[in-house]
Design a protein around this ligand. Structure first.
Ligand code: ZN
Length: 135
């Protein structure tokens, strides 16, 4: 997509004719470049075909492409279906969605707190409270 200008890229994006990686690149740029987002909206309204209600616009209006928090939980527990899990990784690492990154960080912290409290932390606090001998 290096040969295309922004308008061409945005048209392909609206038509969902880019592959996943390029879609992600455009989404990333749209988050960072308000001018590009404005241009996208212009192109969209110029388009005659009313059937163009793409994933891109859905994302813009409501971040509908973001996986639910429950999915992220299953993803980190390793129980999510493989292809879906790959999409979640992609969403996090390639799209670098700030909303889901925040969510993921939070979930990871919870997970490590849970692990801590079930092992060494519990021992340490028990020792501190004098319930266990520390020798
Ligand atoms: Zn997201």
């Amino acid at each position: 997509m290096a040969d295309l200008n922004d308008d061409e890229i945005l048209r392909l994006y609206l038509d969902e004719k880019l592959d996943g990686e390029d879609m992600a690149k455009v989404e990333k740029r749209l988050r960072q470049e308000p001018g590009l987002l404005e241009r996208l909206d212009q192109i969209r309204t110029e388009q005659i075909d009313p059937a163009v209600h793409s994933v891109g616009m859905a994302w813009i209006s409501g971040r509908l492409t973001c996986p639910a928090r429950s999915e992220w939980t299953r993803h980190f527990s390793g129980v999510l279906e493989k292809t879906r899990s790959e999409y979640l990784n992609f969403h996090l690492e390639v799209v670098e969605c700030p909303f889901c990154q925040a969510n993921a960080t939070d979930l990871r912290q919870r997970e490590s707190r849970r692990k801590d409290s079930s092992s060494s932390m519990a021992d340490r606090s028990a020792r501190a409270a004098g319930w266990l001998k520390s020798d």
